[in-house]
Design a protein around this ligand. Structure first.
Ligand SMILES: NC(=O)c1ccc[n+]([C@@H]2O[C@H](COP(=O)([O-])OP(=O)(O)OC[C@H]3O[C@@H](n4cnc5c(N)ncnc54)[C@H](O)[C@@H]3O)[C@@H](O)[C@H]2O)c1
Ligand SMILES: [Zn+2]
Length: 469
């Protein structure tokens, strides 16, 4: 919700308007948001007597009944808009479909739409709300780890457009974000790893205590989906809650002074320098968590080379990625990728590398002075380190599948821990067309994005899927 205060003055040939917008949005941690005894969400809709809910088809299948029962228990009529799953549905068509549902529902001015889902749904539906009647209220319930600790912490909403990721978007704050970590219980492990990578990012650059907890409890956190599966150890659950609370707080402290992303030296860009280019190189593309963990691990080796990290810190960091099943290297992460990725990010970051580097662990420095030759020399060193880790630095379930793209995935495409997920045991690499026979073209860089290179790329060959409501 925002509020604008403005003053108007006469000038010699016109008027000058100066305004300050007040932003006001809240987060609440809730255990079991759809348990009928939790009234906070229902209270938001009492005055309207009904609720329009946007979610994706997976979430409708998994949680539709529970959501329906919750609102039935509170005598609130429910209308669902279930959108298709995956990045191929992050389109204007999906947005317009949501707008149509808002019209059919007859949403009243100020009545908030309820958006339940991962970053994809909260981005698309949030943008629909930003556009509808120029601004419509919404309430956000994130359901993935990325959603809980990243996408729903920001007020950025967007769809992909014209082969570019998040090319059309807005800054639109919800009335409320309700954070319920119980959703992680049903989240596939591969999606948990994606979020884990983002928490390593934030903690290694800004919060040593959280990094130490990730390091101590890594395997248990992932196995128990942050302490949320039945029978999970109480201590792990408590630590998981503490980690997520601190990660969200850290993210808010870092990003709220820069809500419109005008500052380009961004701590949260650690791991997001070469990854936007590299993420889309393999076919199928890497999962976001793996692309950024490769970038973070390599950046850590650059920091080691500059004595910005000690041997011990470097080993600790790489070991954590490896233990989490995240990738620390990839066959296609090579000299050419570094060169192209560097050229692309320099455009986005106003001509400077602005490389966010953990130094020492738990805090961040920015480095500009690497030549491409430096970068390529250290890449060689990095590959030697990576080869010494489990799976030779490959990740587990490293590639996107139907749950990320919305496209059917051939059975062969998601090789995991057993060996060749990142192409190291596969002389042919991983470049053949897996994505439903879709041949991939070169990724396109957003040259003007102000967001430090995060989220700017999209697989230009990903077809737009017909959207069904
Ligand atoms: N706005 C931002 O600041 C921001 C930040 C990070 C990412 N993003 C965007 O978020 C998107 C990725 O979001 P994501 O990683 O959350 O993935 P997602 O929303 O695509 O969800 C991943 C998969 O998990 C399923 N799912 C969601 N919640 C579930 C649950 N509780 N149990 C079982 N399955 C569940 C979904 O149906 C989907 O198949 C990208 O488009 C990215 O650009 C935005
Ligand atoms: Zn990211």
């Amino acid at each position: 919700m925002s509020d604008l205060n403005a003053t108007i003055q006469k000038t010699h040939n016109g008027f000058a308007v100066t305004g300050y917008e007040k932003l006001d949005y809240n987060f609440a941690f809730i255990n079991g948001i759809f348990s009928p005894s939790n009234t906070q969400l229902a209270d938001c809709y009492k005055k309207w007597g009904r609720v329009l809910i946007v979610l994706d088809m997976n979430m409708k299948k998994l949680y539709g009944n529970e959501i329906q029962k919750y609102f039935d228990a509170h005598n609130l009529a429910v209308s669902f808009h279930a959108m298709p799953v995956g990045e191929t549905a992050k389109t204007m068509e999906s947005l317009l479909d949501i707008c149509n549902s808002m019209t059919n529902f007859g949403i009243i001015r100020k009545e908030p739409v309820l958006v339940v889902g991962g970053g994809l749904v909260t981005d698309v539906a949030g943008f629909a709300c930003a556009c509808y009647r120029r601004s419509t209220n919404f309430i956000r319930v994130p359901t993935t780890l990325i959603g809980l600790i990243d996408a729903s912490v920001s007020i950025k909403v967007a769809v992909n457009y014209g082969n570019y990721k998040n090319r059309l978007g807005a800054y639109h704050a919800p009335l409320w974000t309700f954070l319920d970590f119980n959703f992680l219980k049903t989240l596939p492990t591969a999606q948990v790893r994606n979020g884990f990578a983002e928490i390593i990012k934030i903690s290694s650059c800004a919060d040593l205590k959280t990094f130490n907890s990730l390091d101590k409890y890594c395997e248990q956190l992932i196995e128990t989906r942050f302490g949320r599966i039945d029978g999970a150890n109480e201590e792990v659950r408590r630590i998981a809650d503490e980690i997520c609370y601190d990660a969200i707080f850290e993210m808010l402290k870092l990003e709220t002074p820069n809500l419109h992303e005008l500052m380009l030296d961004r701590v949260i860009a650690y791991g997001h320098t070469w990854s936007p280019f590299h993420e889309l190189q393999p076919s199928p593309p890497l999962r976001h968590g793996h692309a950024i963990s490769i970038d973070m691990a390599y950046t850590a080796t650059l920091a080691l080379d500059r004595s910005m990290l000690s041997n011990e810190e470097h080993a600790r960091l790489l070991n954590l990625f490896s233990r989490a099943g995240l990738s620390i290297d990839h066959q296609l992460y090579d000299n050419a990728a570094i060169e192209k990725g560097t050229a692309a990010i320099l455009k986005t970051r106003d001509g400077s590398l602005r490389l966010a580097v953990p130094s020492p662990l738990g805090s961040c420095e920015f480095v500009n002075e690497f030549t491409v030759q430096d970068l390529q020399r250290v890449l060689k060193v990095h590959k030697k380190y990576a080869a010494g880790f489990a799976r030779r630095g490959d990740g587990i379930e490293a590639y996107v599948d139907a749950s990320d793209t919305g496209l059917p995935t051939p059975a062969s495409s998601n090789k995991s821990a057993s060996g060749h997920s990142n192409g190291h045991n596969n002389g042919n690499g991983v470049t053949s067309g897996h994505l439903n026979g879709v041949k991939r073209a070169a990724p396109v860089q957003d040259a003007h994005g102000a967001n430090g290179g995060i989220d700017d790329l999209v697989n230009e060959a990903m077809p737009v899927q017909k959207v069904q409501a």
